[in-house]
Design a protein around this ligand. Sequence first.
Ligand SMILES: NC(=O)c1ccc[n+]([C@@H]2O[C@H](COP(=O)([O-])OP(=O)(O)OC[C@H]3O[C@@H](n4cnc5c(N)ncnc54)[C@H](OP(=O)(O)O)[C@@H]3O)[C@@H](O)[C@H]2O)c1
Length: 284
Amino acid sequence: MKPRLLVTGGAGFLGTYLLKQAKAFTASGTLHRTAATALPDITFHVCDLEQPEEVRILLDRVRPEIIIHTACSDQGGNLSAIPPAAGVMAIQSAERHIRFIHLSTDQVFDGTAAPYHETSPTSPINPYGQAKAQAEDLVRSLNPQAVIVRTSLLYDLRSPDRQTYQLIQTTQTKELYRLFTDEFRCPIWVENLVDALLELANNTYTGILHLCGPESFNRWELGMKLLRHFKVRPTANIQKGTIKDLGLVRPANLTLDSSIAQEFLQTPLLALSESFQETQKPHP
Ligand SMILES: NC(=O)c1ccc[n+]([C@@H]2O[C@H](COP(=O)([O-])OP(=O)(O)OC[C@H]3O[C@@H](n4cnc5c(N)ncnc54)[C@H](OP(=O)(O)O)[C@@H]3O)[C@@H](O)[C@H]2O)c1
């Protein structure tokens, strides 16, 4: 019998990849505003995770052994759902002894004291980071056995992810698009993150875990590398910029140290060039 896995945010970017790659599980996903979606062998359930009663009914029906909670991101303009949904999922998973993996972000840090470790105190400076930091606190207090995975920019190599798509679209226009040279992140290929999450689903790790790519790139470097991967020539309206010159309040250096994950997991965390090579192999 395959273990039963529930992925919240089953129609989201990460959720969809998780469900596609979860062949070793009997997997199901949640939908919220997405009217319908379909994946082979996957059951979808409509559920508002802010509503404890809806979640209770869902869990009674699905009886998952593992939950990977990807729902509630910075998209869709509803940051206020992030803490309560995490709280409901944390309580319910604790009461039912379900292994609970909660997705968080590098944006729980302010970007002034990189590299950040699992033990670094959170210091969010934007509303998204603040909501995710609050969600982390709830998860930690309500389900001490939970895993809190902090990740960074997720990039896609089969087809452009949201930000790369926007960048590619901008090459068709004359609109100015600035890529910051003073903002650093540790991007991870979404399929690589999924492999690591599915391995985590089956092991005993608890607590915070940083799961990011092993390299820190500024936005300009990353944008240029992804444009090259998709064979798109950068145009003159794509320009270097700095958050400092524009006077923006954004975390500058969100380099996370993922060495605990690298030691603990069998899944290697791939450098950008390694993930490019992986895409040359046949797609499972
Ligand atoms: N993408 C990144 O680069 C990145 C980086 C760092 C961390 N993360 C974290 O990784 C996770 C996944 O990110 P993502 O980019 O895959 O997010 P996403 O594509 O925006 O998907 C989020 C999903 O959350 C669901 N949702 C929102 N409110 C809900 C509610 N009240 N009840 C139930 N479901 C609700 C939405 O469902 P419907 O579409 O059905 O409405 C949506 O599909 C998030 O926790 C995010 O914070 C992402």
